[in-house]
Ligand binder design. Structure first.
Ligand code: ZN
Length: 373
């Protein structure tokens, strides 16, 4: 019953929001172009953890992601490769730029000499952590297989990502959007497939360097790990991971449409949301704190309402070298859902709910599965 009441109030709020989808040049008319990039190929097999071939897994997951996206209305999918061919890193970016793509998603599998495991999603930037596993270095090494690489990558030594400092990072402009897309994909893999969360990170991936659009690189998991390798390689694993990546892209697009509809004049007022929260039944999870993650940024921003589109009591936390900005702080799941709706309507279309216990981030799906208290 309590779910029903909440559902109704959310429904009313959402249906109000729909009225803002008006205007002759609706963004929804333009196709949303997704460039999917299967890592490696041809003479570059990628990593060979457990005897698997990264290039084959990356390609089959990429094709499955495309298959799902192509079924969506008004999404156009372009592949950098659909077969086992070798492509230079700069060619991949050029395909995306030429297509004037809305997003670029590069798909890979990780490897390490230890039993490291988990999924992670990267955006372009200088690594904040010295303790990385040099994933970027490994993914950039393909440059050595290219002809005349010294001329093509002037000033960049794949063995030393630090050599990148001083080169222009074109991706800076798209960083916030890249982080949003990365967050949606990463959360899907972690929450829905119970992958270990290695989180969203920044590092120097040459394939992302030259694209003029939000761009992410997904590391599905470690082929070298004793159980993760076989999972990522399996038919089931490939299909499940593809579905979560595709859904991340779909949510990102939906949220963008919502954001461009009318962020200047939010449909839901503060008074209305307060009343909805007041009216909603409590749905408490003892010891758990829910927050709405508004954005992640490398910039330390002021948390005053004027900087956050009027949202009050925004909290800032430094995690993995990125500042995370949260709205709301409650044990009531119904309340946080309403706050998320409000934040979405106020210009944070890609915000999502996260859960904490004793300062540790928990998987939302597991918190919710543990049942209502
Ligand atoms: Zn790779």
């Amino acid at each position: 019953m309590r779910t029903k009441i909440l559902f109704l109030s959310v429904l009313i709020l959402v249906s109000f929001s729909q009225f803002s989808f008006t205007g002759p040049d609706n963004e929804a008319d333009k196709p949303f172009v997704v460039v999917l990039d299967a890592g490696h190929g041809g003479k570059d097999p990628g990593n060979r953890g457990n005897g698997y071939k990264e290039k084959d897994i990356a390609l089959s997951v990429t094709l499955k992601v495309g298959e799902i996206l192509e079924k969506q209305s008004n999404i156009k999918v372009i592949y950098t490769r659909k077969t086992d061919v070798f492509l230079e890193l700069h060619e991949r970016a050029a395909i995306a730029n030429e297509a004037d793509a809305d997003v670029f998603v590069s798909i890979h599998c990780n490897s390490h000499h230890t039993q490291a495991y988990g999924a992670e999603t990267f955006v372009m930037g200088l690594s904040k952590s010295k303790q990385n596993l040099n994933t970027a270095k490994k993914e950039n090494e393909v440059i050595f297989l290219e002809d005349n690489y010294e001329e093509k990558y002037v000033g960049f030594d794949p063995n030393s990502p630090e050599s990148f400092i001083g080169l222009t990072i074109l991706q800076e402009e798209y960083l916030d959007q890249s982080i949003m897309l990365a967050g949606l994909i990463q959360n899907n893999m972690v929450n829905n497939l119970k992958r270990r969360d290695r989180s969203v990170k920044q590092d120097v991936f040459w394939v992302l360097h030259n694209t003029y659009m939000p761009s992410v690189l997904v590391e599905l998991g470690f082929l070298t790990h004793k159980t993760e390798g076989p999972y990522v390689n399996s038919k089931k694993g490939r299909a499940e991971l593809a579905k979560e990546i595709a859904n991340g892209v779909i949510t990102y697009r939906k949220n963008l449409l919502l954001a461009t509809s009318d962020t200047q004049n939010p449909i839901i007022t503060e008074k209305e949301i307060d009343e909805a929260i007041e009216a909603a039944e409590e749905n408490l999870y003892e010891g758990v704190t829910f927050k709405v993650q508004l954005l992640a940024s490398k910039n330390k921003l002021s948390t005053s309402p004027s900087k956050f589109k009027g949202l009050k009591d925004v909290e800032r936390d430094l995690e993995d070298g990125l500042y995370k900005y949260y709205y709301g702080n409650t044990s009531d799941y119904n309340k946080i859902q309403l706050m998320q709706t409000y934040a979405k309507d106020n210009g944070y279309p890609t915000c999502y709910v996260v859960a904490f216990r004793d300062g540790q981030k928990l998987k939302l799906s597991e918190v919710l599965k543990s049942g209502e208290n």
